[in-house]
Design a protein around this ligand. Structure first.
Ligand SMILES: [Zn+2]
Length: 403
C-alpha cells in the first residue's frame, strides 16, 4: 500500500475515532479459511469491484457519534450467533393493521417476498391470529399531545453522545440492552418541531412498546425462529424516575433477542410523520409515491431488524445493510449484505441444527441462488430498486462465469 493510501486509512472520524478498515482487515473478517473454493468465490470474488467501501462518516451520520466494534465472521460464530434449527426455522411477521395502513396490503406483500429472498432457506409467515383488541385497550396508548411529551422534549435536548448513553439512538443492537430508542438525529430543532407538530395531530395514538413486546412474547409460535411485530403507530417507552415522574421516550421499536421477539414501528419512517394534515391534500399518485419511499426505508430497516435476531451486529467493514444508520441515512442505505454479513447469515441458515462452529456450507450454490431471488424480489417494486437491480444483474452475470 502506498503511503498516501495508508494516510487515508489512518484518518479518524467522529467522537470515537472511527477508522475505515484496511482491505486486509476486511478479508480477515470474512474468515473464509477452510471453506470450499466455490463458496469462497461466490461470497467474495472481486468484492472490491462490486461492494462499496463503508461510507466516510459525515456530520449527522451514525458513526460520528456511536462507538461500533464491528463483528467479524469468527466473532459471530464463536459468541454471538443464535443458531437456526429445524424446529425453529420460521420468521413470523405479525402486522398490527389499522384502518389507514401506511403500507397498503399489495405493497406489504412485496416486503414479505423480499424477506423470503433475503432470508433464503427460512420460512417467512404472516402471523394473522390474535390481531387483537390491543387498540381498544386505552391504558397502552398515549395521545401525542400528552403532557409527558414535555419530558420527551427535554430528553431529546439533552442528548448525550457518550457511548454509555444510547438514549435517542435509532437502534442499539446490544443483546444485553434491548432499549431501542428513537433517534434525535442530532437535529434538535427538527425534533422539537416534530413534537410540536405531533401535538396537533392525534390521528394515530402512540403505543407502549414494553407492553406490546410482553404481549408478543406470549404469542410466539412453537416453530418460530423469531416473531417481528410491525405497527404503524408510533411507539414509546416509559420509565419511572426516582423523583416519581414518568419519563416517556419515543422509540422505533424494542426487542428481546433472548425471547426472539421484536416490535417495530413504521411511523417515523413515514415522510409525512406528524404531518397528517398535509397528506390529506395530496393526490392519489403523490400518496403512492410517498408510500414507495416509506416502503424502501422500511425494507432496509426490517431486514436489518431481523438480522439482529440472528445475533448479527452493526457492520463497520463495508457498505452494508447492517451499517448503523440514523434515520436521515436510510434513503441511501444499502439493501444487501456485504460479503462478511452474507456469510454469517447463509452459514447460520444452512447449518440448520448442525454445529455451526465446525459447519462448512455443503451446497455453495445457495449463495448464487439467493442473489437471483433477491434480484427477482426487487424487480417487483415498480422501479424503486433500479440501481440495485443493475447491481444484482452484474453480480449474477459475474458469478455465472465462476460456477
Ligand atoms: Zn456487513
Amino acid at each position: 500500500m502506498k503511503k498516501t493510501e495508508k494516510d487515508e486509512y489512518d484518518k479518524t472520524y467522529g467522537l470515537f475515532k472511527f477508522k475505515r478498515p484496511l482491505p486486509s482487515e476486511i478479508e480477515s473478517a470474512m474468515g473464509l479459511v477452510g471453506e470450499s473454493i466455490l463458496f469462497k468465490k461466490l461470497i467474495s470474488a472481486d468484492y472490491e469491484r462490486f461492494y462499496d467501501p463503508i461510507k466516510i462518516p459525515e456530520e449527522g451520520d451514525w458513526l460520528m457519534t456511536h462507538k461500533e466494534y464491528g463483528q467479524t465472521y469468527n466473532e459471530y460464530i464463536q459468541k454471538d450467533c443464535i443458531p437456526v434449527d429445524p424446529n425453529h426455522n420460521v420468521i413470523y411477521i405479525h402486522r398490527f393493521s389499522s384502518n389507514d395502513d401506511l403500507i397498503k396490503d399489495e405493497l406489504f406483500q412485496n416486503l414479505i417476498i423480499l424477506l423470503e429472498a433475503f432470508f433464503t432457506g427460512m420460512k417467512v409467515y404472516l402471523y394473522d391470529e390474535g390481531n387483537t383488541n390491543y387498540f381498544n385497550n386505552n391504558e397502552n396508548m398515549i395521545e401525542n399531545g400528552d403532557e409527558n411529551n414535555n419530558e420527551n422534549n427535554n430528553e431529546n435536548n439533552n442528548e448525550n453522545n457518550n457511548e454509555n448513553n444510547n438514549e435517542n439512538n435509532i437502534e442499539n443492537n446490544n443483546e444485553n440492552n434491548n432499549e431501542n430508542n428513537a433517534e434525535n438525529n442530532n437535529n434538535q430543532n427538527n425534533e422539537n418541531n416534530e413534537n410540536k407538530q405531533s401535538n396537533e395531530s392525534n390521528e394515530k395514538m402512540a403505543i407502549n412498546a414494553d407492553q406490546l413486546l410482553e404481549k408478543l412474547k406470549l404469542e410466539i409460535p412453537e416453530d418460530a425462529y423469531c416473531l417481528l411485530g410491525i405497527i404503524d403507530n408510533d411507539l414509546y417507552t416509559e420509565t419511572l424516575l426516582p423523583n416519581g415522574k414518568r419519563l416517556i421516550k419515543a422509540t422505533y421499536g424494542k426487542k428481546s433477542i433472548a425471547d426472539r421477539v421484536s416490535i417495530f414501528s413504521l411511523a417515523r419512517f413515514d415522510p409525512f410523520f406528524n404531518f397528517n394534515g398535509k397528506i390529506k391534500n395530496l393526490s392519489k399518485e403523490q400518496r403512492y409515491k410517498i408510500s414507495l419511499i416509506l416502503l424502501k426505508r422500511v425494507c432496509s430497516a426490517i431486514t436489518r431488524e431481523i438480522c439482529y435476531m440472528f445475533g448479527m451486529k452493526n457492520c463497520t467493514f463495508m457498505s452494508c445493510c447492517m451499517n448503523g444508520t440514523n434515520v436521515a441515512e436510510f434513503d441511501n442505505k444499502q439493501i444487501e449484505l456485504c460479503p462478511i454479513c452474507l456469510r454469517k447469515l447463509i452459514t447460520n441458515i444452512r447449518a440448520n441444527g448442525e454445529d455451526i462452529k465446525t459447519y462448512r456450507v455443503k451446497k455453495p450454490l445457495i449463495v448464487y441462488n439467493r442473489f437471483v431471488k433477491m434480484r427477482d424480489a426487487l424487480d417487483n417494486f415498480s422501479g424503486l430498486y433500479e440501481n440495485e437491480l443493475k447491481w444484482f444483474n452484474a453480480r449474477i452475470d459475474f458469478l455465472k462465469t465462476l460456477i
